[in-house]
Design a protein around this ligand. Structure first.
Ligand SMILES: Cc1ncc(C[n+]2csc(CCOP(=O)(O)OP(=O)(O)O)c2C)c(N)n1
Ligand SMILES: [Mg+2]
Length: 386
């Protein structure tokens, strides 16, 4: 036996054991374990793993269903409004409804949610009104005021930049010995950003109570996942950082709830961070400024239509006799009415104040800008704009 291998204390770890502490003298190959995959419902809505199926009352299952339908209907309405010039650029969440609702469902209002920009459905679940989100994406500053119903953090357009901030919030929670956790989500593209790796490492070392959710939706604008990461199983990154991780079918809302409940319990119980990789697909545009036809094939999108998270959950609820076609039509009608009412309230609130462009740059406007503002307002008046 050579002296080097005699010094080695490492041995092949059992399949699920993580994190693995590697002796610095180890020379043998280390089995870092396989990534666990969670899936409750298959594409037809049949239960494939009852051992992780969340035990939820019927009324809760229907509330979750409504949350997903609300997310989709709102998304579709916003897109129509954007195309008619009534809404600014936004990032549709179409097809990611199970990922969205499944990650916020297990959270308490006192937990902190740090979303990406593609999290509108989840934000509505957390208590943002739809009219406020319309104001936000139409560019009204009132839209950015954080609602007081839950602990919400603002999203950032700078990819991945909110993740270390969320980790800092989790450290604050730990220092104050609160029992809240932080849940933050980001995309497959964001997972390649250096700051996200730094946040993983920091959270792992200091056992910050944070759940990282990577929404692996196939694309980062026009960059496919295969060109984004050498290992497309993004949950595997957890192993390298010493963060327990799970991969979940992100189009299966029950799987998402099972995975995220486990992750949140782990973080709340003092176990430190947890990584959830939600495998889903961005069915629509990157943002309304994008045309995905230029860089991806229709066949790929078609294949994912068959994995629709809402249809899948509908089949499950039908099999449990909680839904039928009439109930589905009625729920859709009710939610469409909610969305239209929100749009109408938005229209009343969305009164443009062009002078605002001068208002938030300086605490006290310099003389030069004061003159420009007066001239600008005078011109608007002459043109009958104000
Ligand atoms: C630091 C930085 N680099 C580049 C961009 C441009 N950008 C906006 S969204 C995006 C792709 C993000 O993809 P992903 O993280 O997978 O999230 P998804 O949009 O798919 O939800 C890029 C590169 C940016 N906003 N910030
Ligand atoms: Mg992506």
């Amino acid at each position: 036996m050579s002296p080097r291998s005699a010094n080695s204390t490492a041995s092949a770890a059992p399949v699920e054991s993580r994190p693995v502490r590697v002796d610095s003298n180890a020379v043998e190959t280390i089995d870092l374990g396989r990534v666990e995959v969670i899936r409750v419902l298959d594409e037809k809505g049949r239960v494939v793993d009852a051992s992780v199926e969340p035990d939820l009352p019927d009324a809760e299952l229907l509330r979750i269903y409504r949350g997903m339908v609300r997310s989709r209907r709102f998304d579709q309405r916003m897109l129509a409004m954007q195309r008619q010039g009534e809404m600014g650029t936004f990032a549709p969440g179409l097809g990611q409804e199970a990922t969205q609702i499944g990650q916020v469902y297990p959270m308490r209002p006192s937990d902190w949610y740090s979303p990406s920009y593609r999290s509108i459905g989840a934000q509505v679940w957390r208590g943002w009104t739809m009219e406020q989100l319309l104001l936000l994406w139409a560019g009204y500053f009132e839209g950015f005021a954080i609602p007081e119903v839950a602990n919400e953090l603002p999203f950032s357009i700078v990819i991945g930049s909110h993740v270390p901030v969320a980790t800092g919030v989790a450290m604050g929670i730990k220092v104050r010995k609160d029992d809240a956790v932080v849940v933050t989500n980001f995309g497959d593209g964001a997972s390649s950003q250096g700051v996200v790796a730094e946040a993983f490492n920091f959270a792992a070392v200091y056992k910050a109570p944070i759940v990282f959710i990577v929404e692996s939706n196939g694309w980062a604008i026009s960059t496919p996942l295969e060109k984004q990461s050498g290992n497309t199983v993004l949950a595997a990154r957890g192993v390298g950082f010493g963060i327990p991780a799970v991969r979940v079918d992100g189009n299966d809302v029950l799987g998402m709830i099972a995975a995220c409940s486990r992750a949140i319990d782990h973080a709340r119980g003092g176990g430190g961070p947890y990584l959830v990789e939600a495998v889903t697909y961005r069915m629509s545009l990157h943002t309304t400024a994008d045309d995905p036809k230029v860089y991806r094939k229709d066949d790929e999108v078609k294949a994912w239509e068959g994995k629709c998270p809402i249809l899948r959950f509908e089949s499950y609820l039908k099999s449990r006799e909680l839904l039928d076609d009439d109930a589905i039509a009625q729920i859709n009608e009710e939610i469409e009415a909610e969305v239209i009412a929100a749009r109408d309230r938005f229209r009343e609130l969305a009164v443009a104040r062009p002078e605002e462009i001068f208002d938030f740059v300086y605490e006290q406007l310099p003389e030069e800008l004061r003159e420009q503002k007066a001239e600008y307002l005078e011109r608007l008046k002459r043109k009958g704009v104000q």
